[in-house]
Design a protein around this ligand. Sequence first.
Ligand SMILES: [Fe+2]
Length: 309
Amino acid sequence: MRGVYVISKDSYIAEIRQPEATLSLLTDTGGMDFMIQEVSADRPCCISPGNDLELTEFFYVLEGFILLSTEDGEIRLEKGDSFYVRDIVQDLPVKTPLGAKLLYVSTKPVFRYLYGFIGDLNELLARTEKKDIYTMNHGKRVEQYSIQICEKMGLSREITNTLAVSSLFHDVGKCFVPDVILNKPGRLTDDERRSISRHPVDSRRLLENKFKERVAAVAEQHHERLDGSGYPYGLRSDEILPEAKIIAVADSYDAMTTDRSYRKAMSHEDAIRELDLGSGRHYDSSIVMALNDALKDQIRTRTAEKPEQ
Ligand SMILES: [Fe+2]
């Protein structure tokens, strides 16, 4: 049935675990986040003012009770009670003597910002790669290829270090793309394509509060192409960061040489031929050449190391 999306019990997109509370994102749709917040017993916490006047945060008590410390005194809210905050000017302390479970709805995305500050990106990456059965360890492989390209091209330590982090986490924003869309074998609808093409921007949001600006900016551009046909911004050659051009080649090579739902993995030679065809239009030819040289060296070394039969 169109338009009905079921989220089964205990399944969520991502989770932020802290000693005082666990926040699980059930879904983010229509620009809103729907979350479950489990607050630990007797841990002081508070709702802080944000800088977005349009943001409304709604809380509904599912289990336990909470005590809100307002200017008018303490208010006790039990299971079935709810409250919302909008444009508050000071912290609102919330006490949970025995712990509580709340439904938390925000009218603007807040989860990905919180995740960027306090979430565990390695855990999120593992969860994201598990969602798409064809991308297991994709980040690790793209990182390896990117570093090999850097070494072949003699690039600086600084560029290599930026790339190592950015290439590992470049697709982490895919955590917000529903599984059914990620694994859909047939043609995508416009809406589904829009949902996928948002992931570089989400990767940036998740990375920007944890790493230097350049790491986040590179991840955001990994689907841009030299002729402007890429996304999310349709940037052209000179506008694309050099590190993002490297991830574009490493990422595409890995996609081609891995089994997908609609085709078997290509051989190294076929993948390089395909990348060569896109050189100048989509990919930087010197990067394609560097990857080919690096991997040829590797294949040669591996063959030489094989014991004779
Ligand atoms: Fe991607």
